[in-house]
Design a protein around this ligand. Structure first.
Ligand SMILES: Nc1ncnc2c1ncn2[C@@H]1O[C@H](COP(=O)(O)OP(=O)(O)O)[C@@H](O)[C@H]1O
Ligand SMILES: [Mg+2]
Length: 205
């Protein structure tokens, strides 16, 4: 049986994660791989219920509660969906995982980064992605995408200063050891080619 691989896509809203996830899935399936595309927060019934609470613009959630809600949803998602799929030899493509919590709740909300790291470790049962692809998008392009598709959910509607902190955090995190930074300001095809090259290396291991 093929070995399971865990691929995480990270970056701010509208950075191209979902677009690239769908193309990567096609490519992996064409190679005879079984693929699971999933997302956070979400992926299981309980996790999708928590997602609704988190993204509802009517919800009033202070930062620490927000952190625990994301992590609670992650435990269930990891246990019920990601780990079984990896065990069955699937390629799992996850749209957001622990780095999102570092960027949004750590850098964005200003929660202690050590607390975030500890909870991330607990909520993932120590599962680490085989590769984390981080989209780095020029601010100018963001501004354009926001105009064409204005945000509606609670996180997308957060103050500009919050979203700027998150975007800056992703630029920083993309350059950390172990991350695969992708210049997201290019064509969909060029970005996909980079991602495929990275995953090809992973598959050869
Ligand atoms: N490389 C790209 N160039 C131009 N537009 C893009 C590119 N990648 C994605 N888009 C468009 O930007 C928007 C956000 O992309 P999406 O994949 O939904 O981002 P995310 O899942 O990160 O929020 C969509 O309208 C998508 O068609
Ligand atoms: Mg998306």
């Amino acid at each position: 049986m093929k070995k399971g691989i865990f691929i995480v896509l990270e970056g701010p809203d509208r950075s191209g994660k979902s677009t690239q996830a769908a193309l990567l899935k096609e490519w992996l399936e064409a190679q005879g791989r079984e693929v699971l595309v999933t997302r956070e927060p979400g992926g299981t019934r309980l996790s999708e219920q928590i997602r609704e609470i988190l993204l509802d613009p009517e919800s009033r959630i202070e930062p620490l509660t927000e952190l625990f809600l994301y992590e609670t949803s992650r435990i269930k998602h990891t246990l019920e969906k990601i780990l079984p799929a990896l065990k069955a030899g699937k390629a799992v493509i996850c749209d957001r995982y622990t780095l999102s919590t570092v960027a949004y709740q750590g850098y964005g909300r200003g929660l202690d980064l050590k607390t975030v790291a500890t909870l991330n470790r607990i909520a993932t049962l120590d599962l680490k992605p085989d590769v984390t692809i981080v989209f780095d998008i020029p601010d100018r392009i963001f501004a354009q995408r926001e105009k064409t598709r204005p945000g509606r959910d609670r996180i997308e509607r957060a103050p500009d200063a919050f979203r700027r902190r998150v975007n800056r955090a992703y630029k920083l995190l993309a350059r950390k050891p172990g991350m695969t930074r992708v210049d997201g300001g290019r064509s969909i095809e060029a970005i996909q080619a980079d991602i495929r090259a990275r995953v090809r290396r992973l598959l050869k291991k």
